[in-house]
Design a protein around this ligand. Structure first.
Ligand code: 4AD
Ligand code: MG
Length: 474
């Protein structure tokens, strides 16, 4: 008849209405003359308090114990003003129909289960406040992502999941094969990501694709082909990395948003990343108020103010060289030593955003070419490339991007220097042969964005079914 969106915190205008609510019982309190039942259908954070008198049709199921926490049901009743202080309205129940019973072993009974415990119950955790709120905010961020790019004239491009090229050149790909018989022993740590038997006998020409194929680490190279035809494009899809990092910021399977802008340089790229981040943050502050209040109270105190600053204030920008100088000047002792040419570790990134710039997002640009991927455009100094990383507090790198090397000769030289197989990049090099243009793009780790927007400590709580080393249940 009517949904009860807005839950029990709003809806005063609906007092007197007859409604049907379908959902799951969060809590049940039996008193002698009246039973209180908190029901949630996932449409919003707040539960609907349902008040049952023994006169309600179907009340015998409460008495017999078949209506219990976790059960699904359908209740019909009238919205009335609540006597309690916790909610504005409640549902006075006329009729109750049990849809699915819940066994007493239902594991979501405890009010404050730890996130570690809930990770072992990934199939039921969306029935908790935290994980239903995360799911709604994640959804809102995905919606805002498409909205931002669509409103700005970008075309969404589907990049392939299975690929033969290693975009980042880091050898962190999962190999896709139909070949290896289970009896054959495979070498333990393949250097290039390609499995080999001890005697090297895998005949890849016999495999499904006729050569080694992998799950993609990034859709960028494919996005570039469409950007050099349609101008501004973006991808938004799953990516995979077999990096063995068991950290709170890494997943083996994560979603990435990768815009690619034609006729654009690094400054355009940084401006786009800034506008994107500010747009999606503003979107959830405006459209996910109840869930954001929840995170503000229970997950990260003050997150709403911090995100409001992100949406409104200018981001800091500095070069890698200046960042190194800043790190060398502090008294803080780092685990990893700092020197020009080193890759910034998360302790360095966190110091820069959290301490040096007081929690503001920071964009670092012009990194040494040795620590960045082959496709980045070489700067005139010959030592650095037009790369940028956007860092945020707690998480470190949220966005990584660059202007691409659009000059054929430079790109060929770089592939050779890095001993990458030039032949396999023939189509990528073609883009520089036929109507090459300056272009730039970036990748946003979607789960890191959800982490940033919710205040969650661990990235495994930002995706419904996290994949990390040794963990692929559900
Ligand atoms: O910096 P990365 O490796 O850049 C690229 O893949 C480029 N091809 C992007 C581009 O220019 N189109 O990855 C981009 C972002 C990182 O900044 C980080 O937020 C996220 O992807 N990321 C991960 N997120 C979760 N788990 C992992 N293992 C991640 N690795 C990278
Ligand atoms: Mg990066």
């Amino acid at each position: 008849i009517a949904d009860v969106k807005g839950g029990a915190n709003e809806g005063l205008d609906r007092v007197g209405q007859n409604v049907v609510l379908m959902g799951w019982i969060r809590t049940l309190r039996l008193q002698s003359s009246v039973t209180f039942m908190e029901v949630n259908d996932g449409s919003c954070l707040s539960n609907m308090q349902c008040v049952l008198n023994p006169e309600a049709e179907g009340y015998d199921q409460v008495e017999s114990g078949s209506i219990a926490t976790g059960a699904s049901l359908c209740v019909q009743g009238t919205i009335v003003e609540s006597q309690g202080s916790k909610q504005k309205v409640e549902l006075k129940v006329n009729k109750i129909v049990l849809v699915g019973q819940s066994d007493p072993s239902y594991p979501m009974q405890k009010k404050r289960a730890t996130k570690e415990f809930l990770r072992t119950k990934a199939h039921l955790r969306p029935r908790t406040n935290t994980f239903s709120a995360v799911a709604r905010v994640r959804n809102a961020l995905a919606y805002a992502t498409h909205k931002f790019f669509q409103e700005n004239g970008f075309v969404w491009v589907s990049s392939p999941i299975i690929t033969a090229s290693d975009c980042e050149g880091a050898g962190e790909q999962f190999c896709v094969t139909t070949l290896i018989p289970s009896s054959q022993e495979v070498t333990e740590s393949p250097v290039d990501g390609i499995p080999k038997t001890k005697d090297g006998l895998i005949d890849w020409s016999q495999d499904f694709f006729g050569k080694p194929a992998f799950l993609t680490v990034s859709g960028q190279l494919n996005a570039e082909t469409y950007a050099t035809a349609l101008s501004d494009v973006y991808t938004f899809g799953p990516t995979f990395r077999a990096e063995n990092s068991n950290t709170s910021r890494h997943l083996a399977e994560f979603w990435m948003i990768e815009p690619e802008l034609a006729f654009a340089d690094l400054n355009d790229d940084m401006a786009c990343a800034t506008a994107y981040l500010q747009y999606v943050v503003r979107h959830i502050l405006e459209n996910c108020k109840e869930d954001m209040e929840f995170f503000n109270t229970w997950i990260e105190k003050g997150i709403i103010d911090r995100l409001t600053d992100v949406a409104e204030k200018k981001f800091v920008q500095l070069t890698y060289t200046d960042a190194i100088e800043l790190l060398l000047k502090t008294d803080k002792k780092f685990e990893f030593p700092v020197a020009w040419g080193c890759d910034l570790q998360s302790e360095h990134e966190r110091y820069i955003t959290e301490k040096a710039f007081g929690g503001c997002p920071v964009i670092i640009r012009d990194y040494p070419k040795e620590i960045k991927a082959f496709y980045m455009r070489q700067n005139d100094d010959g030592k650095t490339v037009a790369a940028m990383d956007l860092l945020v507090p707690r998480i470190g790198e949220l966005v990584g991007g660059s202007q691409r090397e659009e000059r054929l000769g430079y790109l060929e030289d770089r592939l050779e220097e890095l001993k990458l197989n030039k032949e396999s990049y023939w189509w990528y090099l073609d883009l520089r042969r036929y109507g090459s243009v300056p272009h730039a793009g970036f990748g946003v780790g979607f789960e890191r964005l959800v982490q940033f927007a919710t205040g969650l400590d661990n990235i495994r709580d930002t995706i419904p079914f996290p994949r990390s080393p040794g963990s692929a249940e559900f």
